[in-house]
Write a protein that binds this ligand. Structure first.
Ligand SMILES: Nc1ncnc2c1ncn2[C@@H]1O[C@H](COP(=O)(O)OP(=O)(O)O)[C@@H](O)[C@H]1O
Ligand SMILES: [Mg+2]
Length: 241
């Protein structure tokens, strides 16, 4: 079964009386336990597509199934609950809560899901160890490096044991060395926790690690490369740079 299925999805933004077609006839299937990378130039619709999968934004038309559920038919309350249970989010600018320390940031989604205290503590400590930050549990985001902040964000995204983690340009604000370490960490977490990652990115390091790559341009999918065609994807990346 696919984790995400989109059929003939359309999204148009209205800016005054100007219509912007952000997504046009999107047909997409996301495989479980994979790295899927959405690749395209700035303004091509990557974030809009991720937001549709993440149930942050509504499609105007078409079918969106996430973890088998028809999310377009859900009420806002049902969607909030669905998001908290099944989806994790990682952002370009980390989006950690500044007043909470690393431990509390990771614990936050567990509080939202009403996980009991003992289980929360065990889960947060395990995740802190997995991302190599056990000794930084008490640090607030402004007392952490960019790479460390993204490690906290990864742990937070995985805390509620989601099926899918959506990562919008997760390495864009990191130097390439730190970015490589973050990608390796996400791969490790994906393997160990059997979760799927869907990225938007134009970082060649992220593309090199992709199982599936979805190329998008002007809101339309122009090509999907599945695992095993990795070399060809890299060649294409070099060709367009
Ligand atoms: N809230 C919005 N209102 C109006 N237009 C938007 C909005 N969000 C995105 N867009 C437009 O939709 C298109 C796709 O944007 P986006 O998904 O952010 O692209 P990307 O993430 O690939 O840079 C762009 O033309 C952008 O200007
Ligand atoms: Mg974007």
């Amino acid at each position: 079964m696919y984790l995400v299925e989109m059929k003939q999805v359309e999204k148009t933004y209205n800016l005054g009386n100007v219509k912007v077609s952000a997504l046009v006839d999107i047909n997409l299937q996301v495989r479980p336990n994979c790295f899927t990378v959405i690749s395209g130039p700035s303004g091509s619709g990557k974030t809009t597509l991720l937001n549709m999968i993440g149930c942050i934004d509504h499609a105007d038309q078409g079918e969106v199934l996430v973890a088998g559920e028809n999310v377009r038919a859900m009420s806002d309350d049902a969607l909030s609950e669905f998001r908290a249970k099944h989806l994790g989010f990682i952002f370009q600018n980390f989006n950690l809560l500044p007043m909470l320390n690393a431990y509390e940031n990771i614990e936050y989604p567990l509080l939202l899901n009403k996980v009991p205290a003992a289980r929360r503590q065990q889960k947060v400590n395990t995740l802190l160890e997995m991302v190599g930050l056990s000794d930084r549990a008490q640090n607030r985001p402004n007392q952490l490096s960019g790479g460390q902040r993204q490690r906290v964000a990864i742990a937070r995204a995985l805390a509620a044991e989601p099926k899918i983690v959506l990562a919008d340009e997760p390495t864009a604000n990191l130097d390439s060395h730190t970015g490589a370490a973050i990608i390796a960490l996400m791969r490790k977490m994906q393997n160990e926790l059997k979760v799927s990652f869907v990225f938007s990115s134009h970082d060649p390091q992220v593309h090199a690690e992709a199982d599936d790559t979805v190329f998008i341009r002007d809101g339309r999918i122009t090509k999907i490369s599945r695992q095993g065609e990795g070399e060809r994807v890299l060649d294409l990346m070099r060709a367009v740079q």
